[in-house]
Design a protein around this ligand. Structure first.
Ligand SMILES: Nc1ncnc2c1ncn2[C@@H]1O[C@H](COP(=O)(O)OP(=O)(O)OP(=O)(O)O)[C@@H](O)[C@H]1O
Length: 620
């Protein structure tokens, strides 16, 4: 024999209140939504019907919990509908309309009314159907899952529905006039019909003026002013601009506000979204493309689906198309700025460069428009790509921060302008340059390219520095590093260590090898053997006074020690981590220098006894 599932209403309510709804206050939202749906259903039957909602708070003098009466003049329910829709959890009169894709309704799941059981134990619903026999019926539903239906002794004069809620003693906070005013305004502020609230203090109308972006204005500047004021009230932020939004997919419209400060990278903005003019969520994240983190928006959607919690949109094709269309709107705004008001675009880039760069990477037309306005860090300071290209036809960049640090000072002093493309999106943007603008040449630049720009020595200088070069070649050979002497600026830099990408890779692999076990070391050995490329190079700068003196030193041990120390110093200045062998060099070198200064036994070459500090020769 088959049995039926038994569903515990208490369990379901517990589930909804703890896991689906964000606060007990959503009961006002659910009641407003049902009233709105019922009014829309009646408008289908009677097209001229205006519709109105009334909340009446009845506070008791004896201090017992208040009662809220929630009235609408919507379509009402027949007895059959009461049994089908009110008393069956998960049944909704609106589902057929949804399936037929001509849905005006907000509800669809058939669970919204249960949210009232978060704040009261019993619901009394009095209703008269616009389609029925004129009878007024009462449905009394209790949180233990029982209900009763009977004909009411107080018939309603017109079709519509009244819901009575007696506050649970621990939930009276959700029934005070201030709370109700604010909840009704919060959820229903954009509804196209009035909401009235009656309390002990009298009757008032809650401000429901429809969507502000749909209002008529005398001029574009009036409109902008009014919308920015609306944005300020809503988000407590002075936005710098507002952008109209529109998408036929999902039937979405609204306004996007440009943030006055740069948000955290990749932090997605939380948007305020309405569904059929009822507030759905203040923190919807999935409405705009990922790159659009420079705006915060308010929109109303008529044809997107809510999730069951009613706190965001359901991720489906309609939402994806709407997102695409809203993104296009933002792009059109940026394109217009680029064409009409480049200064405003530059201000926006200064604040929201990452958004602009991310969109440019995605979209070639936009890229063409904005790429020259984008600022880049270079070895000669910050400049836009337009400024860069005016002075330097070949675009040269380093893709890493360390790579840039290694060359920036020296390159700058030679007048070489190299872009630091280590910041987010910069390398990808520069690599895209020749694809989108074929006349532009782009080149990777590394420290190994620098010496080519240095001045060669004269024949005399070559002779005079020959001993230094020989010593340096011998000292550096075990480190797979060559030596060269040239002249470059700034003169304070005595040496420059340079290596191409493969050289840098080999250094990394060597360091990893020192720390790895046998198995992994074998793999690294293979990798190191395969790594080709030029050996690294230590370039001595003959403009530097120390190097000039060193070239003239006759004491070979001192010269050797000095070369070792200059090598280690160049590595450190270039942010290259030292390997074990180089650490030994550094330690021994320091000790050697200290003991030479102290006048004791240096323990290794380079002491006074061997003629240290031999006189400079020929290169003063
Ligand atoms: N004020 C009302 N006037 C007319 N019918 C109503 C009213 N309130 C509720 N109903 C009926 O009760 C049904 C169940 O309401 P409930 O709020 O639980 O779910 P829903 O609105 O259909 O969907 P959702 O769970 O998405 O809100 C509705 O489909 C509707 O038929």
């Amino acid at each position: 024999m088959d049995h039926r599932f038994q569903v515990s209403l208490r369990g379901v309510i517990d589930l909804l209140s703890h896991h689906l709804y964000s606060s007990p206050g959503v009961y006002v939202r659910e009641l407003l939504q049902n009233a709105t749906d019922a009014i829309r259903a009646r408008q289908r039957l009677e097209p001229g019907h205006a519709g109105t909602v009334h909340l009446e708070l009845m506070e008791k003098q004896d201090g017992s919990p208040p009662t809220l009466l929630f009235t609408d003049d919507g379509v009402g329910l027949t007895e059959d509908e009461i049994h089908r829709f009110l008393a069956t959890i998960g049944e909704s009169s609106k589902r057929e309309a949804l399936e037929a894709r001509r849905n005006d309704f907000i509800g669809q799941f058939g669970i919204g009314l249960l949210s009232c059981f978060m704040v009261c134990d019993e619901l009394l619903l009095v209703t008269r159907s616009a389609r029925g026999d004129g009878r007024t019926l009462e449905w009394r539903g209790r949180h233990d899952g029982t209900y009763a239906v009977r004909e009411s002794e107080h018939p309603l004069a017109q079709p519509g529905t009244q819901v009575f809620l007696v506050a649970r003693p621990d939930m009276t906070d959700w029934f005070n006039p201030t709370r109700l005013r604010s909840l009704a305004g919060h959820y229903g502020g954009l509804l196209p019909f009035p909401i009235h609230l009656t309390t002990d203090q009298g009757r008032e109308r809650i401000d429901t003026n429809g969507a502000p972006w749909r209002r008529e204005f005398d001029s574009a500047s009036e409109r902008r002013k009014a919308l920015l004021a609306y944005g300020r009230d809503l988000f407590d932020t002075d936005f710098i601009d507002c952008i109209p939004l529109r998408s036929t997919a999902g039937d979405v419209d609204g306004v996007a506000f440009v943030l006055p400060a740069s948000p955290h990278f990749n932090s997605r903005q939380k948007h305020r979204v309405y569904l059929k003019h009822m507030l759905l969520s203040e923190s919807a994240e999935n409405l705009l493309p990922e790159w659009a983190f420079f705006v915060k928006c308010v929109v109303n959607a008529n044809a997107l689906r809510p999730t069951a919690s009613r706190e965001s949109f359901y991720e489906d094709e309609a939402l994806a198309s709407a997102r695409e269309a809203l993104g296009q709107g933002l792009r059109a705004y940026l394109m217009e700025l680029a064409r009409e008001d480049p200064r405003a675009l530059q201000r926006l880039i200064a604040l929201h460069g990452l958004s602009v760069k991310a969109l440019a990477l995605d979209d070639d037309d936009f890229y063409r428009l904005v790429i020259h306005w984008l600022p880049f860090e270079t070895s000669l300071g910050m400049m836009t790509l337009a400024d860069y290209r005016r002075a330097h036809p070949l675009v040269r960049y380093t893709p890493t921060m360390d790579g840039f640090r290694q060359i920036a000072q020296v390159a700058g002093a030679q007048g070489l302008c190299i872009i630091n493309a280590a910041y987010t999106h910069d390398t990808a943007l520069l690599e895209k340059l020749p694809q989108v603008l074929p006349d532009v040449q782009v080149e990777l630049f590394s420290s190994s390219d620098l010496p080519q720009s240095f001045e060669e020595l004269t024949l005399d200088e070559r002779d005079a520095t020959f001993p230094l070069l020989r010593v340096a070649e011998r000292v550096l050979a075990p480190f797979r590093c060559g030596a060269v002497v040239k002249k470059f600026f700034p003169a304070e830099v005595p040496t420059l260590y340079s290596s191409d990408a493969e050289g840098a890779f080999r250094r990394d692999a060597e360091r990893a090898r020192e720390e790895s076990d046998d198995l992994y070391a074998g793999v690294l050995d293979g990798l190191m053997a395969a790594a080709g490329g030029e050996p690294s190079q230590l370039c001595f700068n003959l403009h530097n006074p120390v190097v000039r003196r060193l070239a003239a030193v006759s004491d070979r041990d001192l010269m050797k020690l000095s070369v070792e120390m200059l090598y280690v110093q160049a590595l450190l200045l270039g942010h290259h981590p030292l390997n074990a062998q180089e650490m030994v060099l550094l330690n021994q070198g320091l000790l050697g220098l200290i003991s030479a200064q102290l006048g004791g036994d240096p323990g290794r070459g380079g002491g006074e006894g061997s003629g240290g500090g031999g006189g400079p020769r020929g290169l003063h």
